[in-house]
Design a protein around this ligand. Structure first.
Ligand code: TYD
Ligand code: MG
Length: 446
């Protein structure tokens, strides 16, 4: 017997109230060890080999044709890869997987959608809604890994999707499906299957806040690729983010929109994000952010007004709350703009999140604009990091940011002086203005 953390998989011989590894409370559960030491092997072992004698097979990636999905994977599915798709319940994981399988089936890949959660009829209903009806798309329901493998192996699919890994169990372990041991062992069976046969396998995993079942975090080190499907169920945008990728960069994101007939790719998210921008309103600023290698234009909104109850409130949605406090302090000290007694609300339109310091300058500008009730020129974008002395610091990839702004019709860009230096015309048709301090920003804005 051992005690295992449901959240991170930490093991301890005795029960603990708080997991020393991840800090979660009340997540340790008693689990049995593997009943008999029988583990599947990935293949016959070879002798160590000099690195230059390893032959490189030409990379054969399977592209799904869903560009946003292929991009996130780093250019398509690699044979024999195990990909974990994690996300909150109801975010659209099953929908995404079904759509991917359907696209590949249309291209002639025989695929199996294996569900341990829904009945075949329910799956058919969803497929109808999505217009997925390729005869090569097969559906199977079941939860026992051994039984499943008995059916899947002779079927020889081109792709297997398991929805979800938390419903699967192997007969070799006596603990319940969804427990740490079961999730880990079942996943490693699918891993072995993928490596032996070269069939790409998707595992869907739920993220659970209460930790009642073991989550995808547990499997991150085991699988080849981890994609998280994020978004706010109240907003239509969904972002597929690669957080681990043995075959590509982890900086890629794919943007989707949840519609009546399933997920739709958003090839140009900036345009959609800026679609509802108010006309001539103060407190609204557009900033080019980078999500990995991908520039996104976001609208940052601020509302600054004197506090009615004497206790000023600070609310930040989509940006770090501490960052706002810091920027307010810098504004007070360096521009003598005292916002200490003001209610301040900052919001990123569209339900997205920015964690880049490059958004500082836009947040500051939005706050100034709202405080003074003076709108900022509609055709301008602003980016830069603000330091504690009120200096404006350079950020990475200014060219990418400016090009995205240009593409969407902006004609003016206020950026850190160090980024702008000597390159006033690196993108034609957009006026570049460098600012080195908040005073210079202020002069450029109004
Ligand atoms: P689902 O894929 O079942 O989520 P998950 O597998 O991550 O739990 O989809 C969840 C939500 O998506 C559900 O509330 C309904 C909505 N939805 C649509 O809006 N359009 C669609 O075409 C489909 C299939 C689902
Ligand atoms: Mg589902």
């Amino acid at each position: 017997m051992k005690h295992v953390c449901r959240s991170c998989g930490y093991q301890s011989p005795k029960w603990l109230g708080r997991c020393p590894e991840c800090g979660e409370w009340n997540t340790m559960t008693e689990e049995q060890e593997l009943s008999h030491k029988k583990r599947s092997r990935a293949g016959s072992l070879q002798d160590p080999k000099p690195i230059d004698q390893i032959t490189l097979a030409p990379e054969m990636r399977l592209t799904t044709g869903i560009k946003e999905f292929d991009r996130t994977l780093g250019g398509g599915l690699v044979p024999g890869s195990l990909t974990l798709i994690g996300g909150d319940p109801g975010i659209g994981k099953s929908t995404l997987v079904m759509q991917v399988l359907d696209r590949l089936s249309i291209k002639g890949v025989r695929s199996i959608y294996l569900s341990g959660e829904e009945s075949a009829q329910q799956i058919r209903l969803r497929a109808d809604r999505l217009g997925a009806s390729s005869p090569l798309l097969h559906v199977m329901t079941g939860t026992c890994v051994e039984e499943i493998m008995d059916k899947v192996r002779p079927f020889k699919p081109g792709l297997l999707a398991v929805d979800s890994i938390q419903t699967m169990f192997t007969e070799d372990i006596s603990s319940a499906p969804g427990s740490v041991g079961q999730v880990r062992e079942s996943a490693s069976r699918f891993m072995a299957y993928a490596k032996q046969t070269g069939v790409p396998v998707f595992l869907v995993g739920h993220v659970t806040k209460d930790g009642a079942i073991a989550g995808p975090k547990l499997l991150e080190h085991l699988v080849d690729t981890v994609l998280y499907f994020e978004g706010d169920t109240a907003h239509i945008f969904r972002i597929l983010r690669a957080v681990k990728n043995r075959y590509g960069s982890t900086n890629e994101i794919g943007v989707f929109e949840m519609k009546d007939a399933g997920l739709e790719e958003v090839g140009n998210p900036s345009r959609v994000l800026l679609g509802e921008r108010p006309e001539g309103a103060s407190g609204s600023v557009v900033t080019p952010c980078l999500e990995g290698t991908r520039p996104l234009l976001l609208e940052i909104q601020a509302l600054v007004g004197s506090s009615a109850i004497g206790i000023p409130r600070r609310t930040a949605v989509g940006v770090d709350h501490n960052r706002i406090s810091l920027l307010v302090a810098v504004l007070g000290k360096r521009l003598e703009m005292q916002l200490g007694d003001q209610d301040i609300f900052v919001n990123v339109a569209g339900g997205l999140r920015v964690d880049e310091p490059a958004a500082d300058l836009a947040i500051v500008s939005a706050m100034i604009s709202s405080f003074l009730n003076r709108p900022i020129e509609r055709d301008a974008v602003i980016f830069g990091e603000v330091g504690l002395t009120g200096e404006i610091r350079g950020v990475s990839q200014p060219d990418l940011r400016v090009r995205e702004a240009k593409k969407l019709g902006f004609n003016r860009c206020i950026m850190p002086k160090s980024n702008a230096e000597g390159r006033s015309d690196f993108v034609k048709g957009i006026k570049i203005e460098g600012a080195a301090s908040l005073q210079e920003l202020f002069r450029a804005l109004f």
